[in-house]
Design a protein around this ligand. Structure first.
Ligand SMILES: *Cc1c(COP(=O)(O)O)cnc(C)c1O
Length: 393
């Protein structure tokens, strides 16, 4: 290694001191929500209305705002992003015993949602720069293990049907959807987008969450906009949109005052109280995206002057919401040194997720070679990314 660990730790601390400035008190968290008078006003109004639970005007308004902000034809508000993902998988026909292609480089919820359907994740590798599924490697993998039969794509090695693929936009940076879609079309599988981290990001001018067949968004407290806890299903498909609403609201059919349900539905509806908070956050989404993009630019300029650390940039065909900024250290030892030095100094930096195939419940799942994801994980450090770092509006 041409650079000592101590020069790397000096570089990260210099950048963090420069970018955050002296006025923000430590510790500085990885990502924290930001609330204004608007959030207080909507939440108070919701409480005063008495409609805090599963029915209320804020849920409808939240769904309207989501459609407006993303261009999605249908938006269905639900209790969290994981539930949204599970229902997406259900709606595209993922059933018990199926396999679903999932990047190993993701948050555990992506794989868990597959498991909730009784399906088995089949882990695939990531593009070293883009961090989402590598389409070239995916195609070679499917050529090797896949066989298209009457009932769909089958895994020759396990005998199971490969029912779908979940594409994640890592840290908000859109995946190369056109190329992934071409591979999916060739093998006859549908794409479910895990857009949990990418609200406000666009790929070739189209919003994340409208790029696949159906998508899941998260409004957890650490995401770019939060409803406390919450999620949403987005789709351009009328049939799936109607089905998503029905299925997440206990599958009740209108029959006067009778409780009549026509299938096993879920009580996944977002409470009105959460939707009130979420409405205020969605009204401020453009401002959050603008400030997070500005913060990313400041990080890029600072890291351009370092010799051992490279910041992760948005793909040239995309505009990222830069949900989490990230930097590549040269290797795992230097990554850990950078993490320790920055956390000791009051900056909450974090490593990337432990790859899914290394977790105990997923280590026996089928998988491709995952070396690019492993290398990326060894090197990635996520940086404090709250919009307030570049000032409030
Ligand atoms: C946050 C997140 C989820 C899950 O969202 P919740 O609302 O926390 O259930 C799923 N996938 C990814 C990649 C996430 O970052």
């Amino acid at each position: 290694m041409h650079q000592t660990l101590s020069s790397l730790t000096h570089e990260i601390l210099d950048v963090l001191d420069d970018v955050t400035g002296p006025e923000i008190p430590k510790p500085i968290s990885l990502h924290e929500p930001e609330f204004s008078e608007l959030e207080k006003q909507y939440v108070l109004d919701c409480v005063q209305s008495g409609w805090v639970s599963s029915v209320g005007a804020y849920v409808d308004k939240f769904e309207d705002l989501l459609r407006l902000k993303t261009g999605a034809k249908h938006a269905v508000a639900v209790v969290n992003g994981t539930a949204a993902l599970q229902v997406c998988l259900h709606l595209v026909g993922v059933a018990a015993g199926d396999e679903v292609l999932v990047p190993t480089l993701t948050f555990v919820a992506t794989a868990n949602a597959v498991s909730y359907q009784g399906a088995i994740p089949n882990f695939v590798d990531s593009d070293p720069l883009r961090l989402s599924i590598d389409p070239v490697k995916l195609e070679a993998y499917l050529e090797r293990i896949g066989e298209v039969r009457a009932g769909g794509l089958y895994n020759k090695e396990t005998g199971r049907r490969i029912a779908a693929m979940v594409v994640l936009h890592v840290f908000g940076h859109p995946a190369d959807m056109d190329v992934l879609q071409a591979v999916a079309d060739r093998f006859g599988i549908v794409i479910v987008e895990d857009a949990a981290e990418s609200l406000g990001s666009t790929y070739k001018g189209h919003h994340a969450g409208t790029l696949g067949k159906i998508a899941a968004v998260s409004f957890n407290g650490n995401k770019i906009a939060t409803s406390g806890g919450g999620g949403a299903i987005l789709t351009m498909d009328d049939d799936l949109g109607v089905r998503a609403k029905h299925l997440t609201t206990t599958a009740r059919i209108s029959a006067g005052w009778e409780f009549v349900h026509d299938e096993v539905g879920y009580n996944y509806r977002m409470p009105n109280l959460n939707a009130a908070l979420g409405c205020a956050q969605l009204e401020r989404l453009d401002d959050f995206v603008a400030r997070k993009r500005k913060l990313a630019e400041v990080y890029h300029l600072a890291f351009d002057k370092t010799s051992g650390l490279n910041s992760l940039r948005e793909p040239t065909d995309s505009q990222s919401n830069y949900w989490l900024n990230a930097v590549f250290a040269p290797d795992r030892v230097s990554r850990d040194a950078v993490l320790k030095a920055s956390n000791d100094a009051g900056y909450q930096t974090r490593p990337c997720w432990v790859p899914m195939h290394l977790l105990p419940m997923y280590q026996n799942c089928p998988r491709d070679d995952l070396s690019a994801a492993m290398t990326a994980v060894d090197r990635i450090v996520n940086l404090p990314s709250s919009p307030r770092i570049v000032g409030n509006t």
